[in-house]
Design a protein around this ligand. Structure first.
Ligand code: PLP
Length: 381
């Protein structure tokens, strides 16, 4: 049975169009991009073309894009290598931000979230103003991977500029789905990953505003050969980088964006009137990230994980929260009561939290898959 894959916030299948590109790149881009002979220079040129095309999407300069192994590395780099006195972040960030912030041993201010997952700009401003004189690192993700809340990066960036704070955003979920303009949003640092946009796993980038890089003298996390303008040593993931740029180009196509929006609207139409269905995160679909529904089916006897497994048995893959936290070691008692940390941070009712499932779509899904999913859930309810 071919599985229906609705877990695209965890990772996405490789875009079919990348198959030949990847194979050809592995076979043809044989030289080391640091080699000065013509083959090496040709490979370097391809990396830099990918860098330029990604930078253009963000309204950044090419050299401000540093390729690395993914967003976990990008987020860790931000917290490990920058000089700052205080962190302001939110409890609904990805584990790689939360854990890297904690590991930095710097003081952390955790912003409150409302029920729909939004931070309060007035609260952010209060902390920025009370801590003037300290160098503050503000890290707020663009779109939440579990409940699809989109933070107002432009307003946050405006406040950061006013109080001279450094502004980082994990844009893993929003890249290709929302406008990211580093200049307009006053962003200093942006993390992203290829495998969330139908590219290969193991490649991502960190955008660093040139002025910030100069001022803070980042020490590389990985030292050695001085690749990525001395920022990240190690022979580049040439094929991954080339495929990342192409995946971004494909995912940005209007027909793909529109397809995701249409599929999500249809899915919600099919599920919203089911008895006991509760939408978590922003209630206005227009305000959610385009590919996500997070629903608790209160009339079902299943907890999130039980429902995920029930659906899996019927051929549908969804998730009960962020895939990255499912590896965490919990005591047997904790794993029984543990609900999503994001929903808890939004103070969603515990019973509702314990029944939440995340359905995340992509342009590679079909209407037939949606219909099957709706039918299965209807039968269960
Ligand atoms: N940030 C967010 C919001 C994510 O969803 C993920 C992946 O789950 C990551 C960071 C980590 O990305 P990577 O898998 O590239 O390390």
């Amino acid at each position: 049975m071919k599985k229906i894959y609705f877990d695209n916030s965890a990772t996405t299948p490789l875009a079919e169009e990348l198959r030949d590109l990847i194979l050809n790149s592995y076979l043809e881009d044989i030289a080391n991009p640091s080699s000065i002979h013509s083959l090496g220079r040709a490979v370097k040129k391809k990396i830099n073309a990918a860098r330029s095309s990604i930078a253009a999407v963000l309204n950044a300069e090419a050299e401000e894009i540093k390729f690395l192994s993914g967003a976990t590395e990008a987020n860790n780099t931000v917290f490990n290598l920058l000089n700052y006195d205080l962190i302001i972040t939110s409890p609904s960030e990805h584990a790689s931000v939360i854990e890297a912030a904690k590991a930095s041993s710097k003081p952390i201010i955790w912003l409150n979230l409302n029920k729909e997952g939004y931070i309060d700009l007035a609260e952010l401003e209060k902390h920025l103003s009370e801590n003037q004189g300290k160098l503050i690192l503000v890290s707020i993700m663009h779109a939440n991977s579990e409940i699809a809340t989109i933070q107002d990066l432009k307003s946050i960036g405006h406040l950061c500029k006013r109080y001279s704070a450094i502004f980082h955003s994990d844009c893993v979920q929003s890249l290709s789905k929302l406008k990211i303009d580093v200049k307009d949003f006053n962003l200093d640092l942006v993390s992203a990953s290829a495998h969330k946009i139908h590219g290969p796993k193991g490649v991502g980038f960190l955008y660093i505003k040139r002025a910030v890089e100069r001022m803070h003298k980042f020490r590389p996390l990985i030292v050695g050969g001085g690749q990525e303008h001395d920022f990240r040593a190690g022979t580049e993931n040439v094929t991954g980088i080339i495929a990342f740029a192409k995946a971004l180009e494909i995912s940005l196509r209007p027909e793909n964006i529109n397809k995701v929006k249409e599929l999500r609207a249809k899915l919600w139409l099919g599920l919203k009137d089911l008895k006991g269905a509760v939408l978590n995160g922003p209630l206005d679909l227009e305000k959610r990230l385009i590919n996500n529904l997070n629903i608790s089916f209160m009339d079902l006897k299943y907890t999130s994980e039980q429902l995920v497994l029930q659906l899996d048995l019927k051929g549908v893959c969804v998730s009960s929260g962020s895939a990255c936290t499912s590896n965490k070691k919990l005591s047997s008692e904790e794993s029984f009561i543990e609900s999503s940390y994001v929903l808890r941070a939004c103070r969603i009712d515990e019973e509702v939290s314990r029944r939440a499932i995340r359905i995340s779509l992509s342009w590679m899904n079909s209407e037939a898959e949606l219909e099957k999913m709706i039918e299965i859930i209807k039968k269960l309810v």
